[in-house]
Design a protein around this ligand. Structure first.
Ligand code: ADP
Ligand code: MG
Length: 386
């Protein structure tokens, strides 16, 4: 009995009301209460922030002002069925993702959870509403980057498959042919040597020709191997490998290609070197295929503790839209490789024409696993701006 009088005492009621108000107004989600007819009876500060209606505008209005028109009929039917007892209210007690509409008419995604309680005047509803615009956007970005990566990995698979095909072709056509020719020569020699009419000068001539074939085969084997992985990269390091690549590019495409090294002797680790080498390869292939350039510069420099690689041409330029496009898989590969090194890639298009793809990676990418920078990181360079 004393308990009953306590809960119903005016003090206890006031205290309970204050407690409710405090929670209601400080909630980080919108809280909207409505009667059994769907008329708004309470409206907290967060609801005002999200939907744009002030409390005095919202109170007494139907809940439908918060919904895009296409949801309104279903909402009305659902409420009516709940009131006449023919439905248990399928939305009650669940969390739903829906769309809301602001006072200014803009739609946005919401997460809604509805509860119900009974009063003498009939059922009453509470809706807790969260604006999930940010979360949706993040989800979409994640999905789209996932799809991009999937497309990239499919393309890499195709590229790899094509590479295998062309290696097989090169081995078969170039090495295979030289070896078959040698085989014929060897058979011929075998027969000639056994013959009573053998002539030393004739044998010698044939041997010189065979020696030439062997040289050709060796040169072809080297070329095939170095197309697979340029030995200079491991043996001599990134800059000579880039110079080698530039020379080949220039010979094949008749586009002038220059390399400038301003890293002042910074050692670049193996993995970073391999990435930068492949990035240059992709950029140069693009210059040959798309730019119409006459000259391309490959610039490697050290800037604010980073290694910066710039592939700069004097061709038609690349638009930001094309650079960001999910279908630009070669450029996406460049961005992904940069990210793998803890760096980033961007483009610049000059008003005078021409594009630069600029990749910047921290030198610290080559530090030991203990996180200790290599000694050279501490060296203050004379006249250095770092
Ligand atoms: N150096 C460049 N000059 C002009 N346009 C370029 C250059 N590099 C790339 N592009 C443009 O960017 C697009 C995307 O390049 P990329 O992602 O490598 O794909 P792909 O080379 O397979 O077309 C190219 O189709 C081309 O339109
Ligand atoms: Mg390309």
């Amino acid at each position: 009995m004393s308990d009953m009088s306590k809960t119903h005492s005016p003090d206890a009621l006031r205290e309970s009301e204050a407690r409710f108000r405090s929670v209601f107004e400080s909630a980080t989600d919108a809280i909207v209460l409505a009667d059994g007819h769907g008329t708004i009876t309470s409206w907290n500060r967060r609801a005002q922030a999200i939907f744009g209606y002030e409390e005095r505008e919202a109170l007494g209005k139907p809940l439908t002002i918060l919904m895009p028109p296409r949801h309104r009929i279903r909402h009305g039917d659902g409420l009516a069925r709940y009131r006449d007892g023919s439905s248990e209210g399928p939305v009650i007690g669940r969390t739903l993702e829906l769309e809301g509409i602001r006072k200014d008419g803009t739609e946005f995604p919401i997460e809604l959870s509805v509860a119900v309680w009974q009063t003498a005047a009939g059922p009453h509803f509470s809706g807790i509403i969260r604006d999930i615009t940010q979360r949706k956007r993040a989800e979409e970005e994640l999905m789209s980057s996932y799809e991009q990566l999937r497309a990239l990995s499919m393309r890499l698979e195709t590229v790899r498959e094509n590479e295998r095909g062309s290696v097989a072709h090169a081995v078969q056509e170039e090495l295979g042919q030289a070896l078959s020719a040698l085989r014929i020569d060897i058979d011929w020699l075998g027969k000639r040597i056994a013959s009573p009419h053998v002539r030393p000068d004739e044998l010698k001539q044939r041997l010189v020709a065979m020696s030439g074939l062997v040289d050709t085969a060796i040169a072809r084997a080297r070329r095939i191997a170095s197309d697979l992985r340029p030995g200079v990269l491991d043996e001599l390091g990134l800059v000579p490998a880039l110079e080698w690549q530039a020379r080949h590019f220039q010979e094949r495409n008749l586009i002038r290609c220059r390399v400038a090294d301003e890293t002042r002797g910074t050692t670049i680790d193996r993995a970073t070197s391999a990435h930068l080498f492949r990035i240059t390869e992709e950029c140069l292939a693009n210059v040959a295929r798309h730019s119409g350039a006459h000259v391309v510069d490959v610039l490697l420099r050290r800037e604010n503790g980073r290694i910066v690689l710039e592939v700069k041409d004097d061709g038609s330029g690349i638009s930001q839209r094309v650079f960001q496009s999910p279908s630009s898989l070669g450029l996406l590969g460049v961005r992904e490789r940069s990210r793998l090194m803890g760096g980033e890639a961007r483009i610049e298009t000059r008003p005078s024409g021409g594009a630069s793809v600029i990749v910047s990676v921290p030198i610290a990418a080559g530090t030991t696993s203990a996180g200790k920078p290599r000694a050279e990181e501490h060296v203050q360079e004379p006249g250095g701006s770092e």
